[in-house]
Design a binder for this molecule. Structure first.
Ligand SMILES: [Zn+2]
Length: 73
């Protein structure tokens, strides 16, 4: 029997946090609050997380990622 295991990064869209100007594309748009974690997978099914939760903000136009400022958390 072959046991297939590996890792997978799962992204979670936590919704819109507000309108900000992107320093990369200079558009004012609704930024998304994103979360991701690396998971251990068994037969491609995520079983348990193997990393802490990472949070970032993302510009929906150019997909530039930003660290989350303390006043948004
Ligand atoms: Zn942008």
């Amino acid at each position: 029997m072959i046991i297939l295991f590996g890792t997978k990064t799962i992204y979670k869209d936590m919704g819109i946090v507000g309108n900000y100007e992107c320093s990369r594309c200079h558009n004012v748009s609704e930024w998304k609050f994103m979360e991701y974690r690396n998971w251990f997978t068994l037969f491609f099914i995520p079983v348990f997380p193997i990393s802490r939760k990472h949070e970032y903000l993302q510009c929906p136009i150019c997909n530039q990622a930003y660290t989350v400022p303390d006043d948004v958390k």
